[in-house]
Ligand binder design. Structure first.
Ligand code: ZN
Length: 65
């Protein structure tokens, strides 16, 4: 896991400010074989984590269509 100084990788909000733990987000999702390894995980706040997962699904839909 990269050292991010306790900040969200996308929006940069510090962990203390959101009063919640940052969440481990897998760049390659589990259903595609992604693991919780150093190279595949970034820390996101709950808001960016939600959008990251949603955007990923939209991209997959685009590939299908
Ligand atoms: Zn964020």
């Amino acid at each position: 896991m990269y050292i991010q100084e306790g900040k969200c990788k996308i929006c940069g909000v510090p962990e203390w400010k959101i009063k919640r733990s940052l969440q481990a987000h897998r760049i390659v999702p589990g259903r595609s074989g992604g693991l919780y390894t150093i190279d595949n995980v970034i820390l996101l706040c709950n808001k960016c984590h939600y959008h990251a997962d949603r955007d990923l699904k939209q991209n997959e839909n685009k590939l299908v269509n």
